[in-house]
Design a protein. Structure first.
Length: 147
């Protein structure tokens, strides 16, 4: 468990640093573009407009680009529950896992465990949706209970 958490920290730092840098750059480009359009920095209004428009497009595409690299940094977890004794287990998602499928033997009573839920959690700090953060907390809490 400790090793996994260390990996998480490394990923968090790498992603946040890059995304902060890209955010600043894209915001800077959009503001600069707006200045060209509305500020009238250039004497020729047409060149000012087109330059500003290009800068805003560049900034906007930078914001969209940064969303893609965050996708692989997700962890999918499978929650298993034993229908006999109610023991729950959280482990990494494996190919072929789906809800209600009976896989893995229960540690307690050797009965087959059923997939209760499949979670997808982000390893970096979630900024867009809080629901995912809550999911992660719930998983961590359930892990603690198991121990
Ligand atoms: Zn059991």
């Amino acid at each position: 468990m400790i090793e996994e958490e260390n990996d998480e920290d490394i990923l968090k730092k790498g992603v946040t640093f890059k995304s902060v840098l890209k955010n600043l750059l894209s915001i800077f480009l959009i503001i600069l573009g707006a200045l060209f359009i509305y500020g009238g920095i250039l004497p020729d209004a047409v060149i000012g407009w087109s330059t500003g428009f290009m800068l805003i497009c560049l900034g906007a595409s930078l914001i969209q680009m940064q969303k893609k690299p965050t996708d692989p940094i997700r962890q999918t977890l499978t929650i298993l529950i034993c229908s006999l004794c109610g023991l729950t287990k959280v482990r990494n998602y494996e190919n072929g896992d789906f809800v209600f499928r009976r896989i893995d033997k229960c540690d307690k009573c050797d009965d087959m465990m059923e997939v209760k839920q499949i979670y997808s959690v982000r390893l970096k700090k979630p900024t867009e949706s809080n629901s995912e953060a809550e999911d992660k907390k719930q998983i961590k809490n359930s892990e603690k209970k198991l121990k």
